[in-house]
Design a protein around this ligand. Structure first.
Ligand SMILES: Cc1cc2nc3c(=O)[nH]c(=O)nc-3n(C[C@H](O)[C@H](O)[C@H](O)COP(=O)(O)O)c2cc1C
Length: 203
């Protein structure tokens, strides 16, 4: 079996290293984050680092790359406090991936990548109409990760929109049934197959 160690990592070509360590941590969530600045100018970008922080109250986190270049999602969140998180489905993976391109601030990825903005219940930022599971969040906290200058953004879920049929009796959402995809690294999108659902494990 190949053994990769700190010495071989030091010598790695940069893109190769990025791909290796973006994929080796496992499958990731696929989400489009929708925002708008205070004047209503919209922005949409794909993020694969969304994680569960807690359920009571419901908090989600995501990792933002260092702010050494313009980060429109981050700027809009800081300006307005609100953002939407929209699941990515098989039918629009190409458009979702395209939102990662560095569009000018003036260009909305909704329009450029072929998504429809959806405004629900007077929430400032737009949801992605095409998405079957969408959440409206309020910015709560940010934490600079000193190790590499990335930022952990934490938000509270204020709104959730999904088909009731996707929620089972115990409250779990069948995201596989919804056709939500998963991501390996930065370039590969996959569909999922449910294997089994277990009960709460006891010793
Ligand atoms: C599959 C995929 C996942 C990504 N995940 C993240 C992420 O978790 N955090 C991040 O800061 N950028 C991530 N990016 C990069 C952003 O999508 C990209 O920087 C985008 O241009 C940000 O747009 P904005 O400046 O409009 O916010 C990802 C890109 C791809 C292709």
């Amino acid at each position: 079996m190949l053994h990769i160690n700190s010495e071989s990592i030091e010598k790695m070509e940069s893109r190769y290293q990025a791909n290796l360590f973006n994929t080796i941590s496992g499958f990731k969530s696929a989400n489009l984050i929708g925002t708008a600045d205070k004047n209503g100018k919209t922005n949409l970008a794909i993020f694969n680092s969304v994680i569960h922080i807690g359920a009571k109250p419901p908090y989600l986190g995501f990792i933002l790359r260092p702010t050494t270049v313009e980060r429109h999602t981050y700027e809009n969140i800081k300006e307005t406090n609100y953002y939407t998180l929209n699941h990515v489905h098989e039918s629009f993976i190409a458009q979702a991936h395209q939102t990662s391109a560095k569009y000018d601030r003036e260009v909305s990825e909704f329009k450029a990548c072929g998504f429809e903005e959806e405004y629900l219940d007077n929430f400032h930022p737009p949801y992605v109409k095409e998405s079957k599971i969408k959440l409206g969040l309020q910015f709560e906290e940010e934490h600079l990760i000193k190790a590499n200058d990335t930022i952990l953004i934490i938000g509270k879920i204020l709104h959730a929109y999904l088909d009731e049929k996707l929620i089972s009796k115990d409250g779990s959402v069948d995201i596989s049934e919804a056709g939500t995809v998963t991501i390996s690294g930065l370039y590969e999108y996959l569909k999922t197959t449910k294997l089994k659902k277990f009960k709460y494990a006891k010793p």
